[in-house]
Ligand binder design. Structure first.
Ligand SMILES: C[S@@+](CC[C@H](N)C(=O)[O-])C[C@H]1O[C@@H](n2cnc3c(N)ncnc32)[C@H](O)[C@@H]1O
Length: 352
């Protein structure tokens, strides 16, 4: 679902992004040329990271300036001089396998401090939504698309009776198991599965279900949303985060994806490691620039879909800063332009 967008500056930006893609397209997908494309996209990604942290400011001037600068940079390179090794050629192939590999590569680097920090993060989110740290005590919790299970582990550390983390990434789950051993966490079960089919779990088996930034990368998103809601007990809570439709932020990232069409994610990761970027910045880049499947949704449509499954109450999830707070996203001056007219889909849904 992609919304048409009317802001006049979008057209200018689109023309500049097309020029960028053209400048990238004349370079080979090998050697230094790949490094240059990864670098150009990185600089633009850095500006996007500033843009979503300043939702009251006009995003177009800094974005336009950076896209133009990177186009000039790529145009200054000589294609013939840069074709010095065979192409990596990893742009094609099965999108599900590519998604799995991307996150397995990106996530299996976290340390114990990152896991402990996730506890603070989840506590901050609980407080922002009116709950206290006792929220998880004694509850059965499910984290669909858990990656390396930082939230499932955090829920267990915060007193959950049982936390289940499910993901299709076997290497991510293996990494999580080793980390749980180190942290002494026992009541987390990790299940390797496609989370758009949760038939291994009975209806209403969990008090709390979370899907954080997962189902927009799946081929069968709507089935996945229904499946997660099916697992929620009556009176239980579902927290869902999906990308919002009509967002400038994702519009530019999608254009960068074109620029890097034939670049392999592992190759990009190694280039970014060479640049000594911190892990979080590398993860943001891989996730935002290279995720093979990315879809966009309106909160109203998601609620309408869930209403077909049963009675519910819902509201916008609050966060710790404007960029992850669905209310502030809609209220801030440029929030609807940058993140879509209904903002991101960040919802709490209570099953009646
Ligand atoms: C952006 S990460 C989010 C991880 C975690 N929810 C978090 O917020 O830290 C997306 C995760 O979803 C997983 N994923 C994507 N599509 C999936 C699917 N159809 N079935 C299972 N896992 C999936 C990926 O393997 C990856 O670990």
């Amino acid at each position: 679902m992609n919304a048409e967008h009317g802001h006049p500056a979008r057209q200018t930006l689109d023309a500049e992004l097309a020029a960028l893609a053209q400048a990238a397209g004349r370079l080979p997908d090998s050697g230094l040329a790949v490094e240059s494309k990864v670098l150009a996209a990185l600089r633009i990604s850095n500006v996007l990271q500033q843009v979503i942290r300043a939702l009251d400011e006009d995003p177009y001037p800094p974005l336009l300036a950076e896209v133009r600068r990177q186009t000039r940079f790529l145009l200054a390179l000589d294609p013939a001089a840069l074709a010095d090794e065979p192409a990596a050629g990893a742009g094609g192939g099965d999108p599900v396998a590519r998604t799995r590999r991307l996150y397995e590569d990106a996530w299996t680097v976290y340390d114990e401090a990152t896991y402990r920090h996730s506890v603070d993060l989840i506590l901050a989110r609980l407080r922002a939504n009116g709950y206290d740290e006792a929220f998880f005590a004694g509850k059965d919790c499910f984290d669909g698309g858990c990656g390396t299970a930082r939230f499932a582990v955090a829920m267990a550390l915060l007193g959950a009776r049982r936390a289940v983390g499910a993901d299709m990434g076997g290497r991510s789950l293996e990494f999580a198991r080793a980390m749980m051993e180190r942290l002494g966490v026992r009541n987390v079960e990790l299940v390797e599965t496609d989370v758009t089919d949760l038939s291994a779990f009975a209806d209403g088996s969990f008090d709390f279900v979370v899907s954080n930034g997962v189902l927009h990368h799946a081929l069968e998103t709507e089935r996945g949303i229904r499946e997660h809601f099916r697992l929620v007990r009556r009176g239980g809570l579902f927290w869902l985060y999906l990308y919002g439709a009509g967002s400038l932020y994702w519009h530019v990232y999608d254009a960068l994806k074109q620029t890097l069409a034939a670049v392999d994610s592992d190759r990009a990761r190694r280039i970014l490691l060479d640049l000594d970027l911190r892990q979080g910045a590398i993860y943001t880049y891989l996730d935002n620039v290279l995720a093979p499947v990315r879809k966009y949704y309106y909160a109203d449509d998601v609620v309408a879909l869930l209403r077909q499954e049963g009675d519910l109450e819902y509201g916008l999830l609050r966060g710790t800063a404007a960029y992850d707070d669905a209310v502030l996203q809609r209220q801030s001056r440029w929030g609807r332009e940058i993140l879509g007219e209904q903002g991101e889909v960040r919802l709490w849904i209570k099953k009646a």
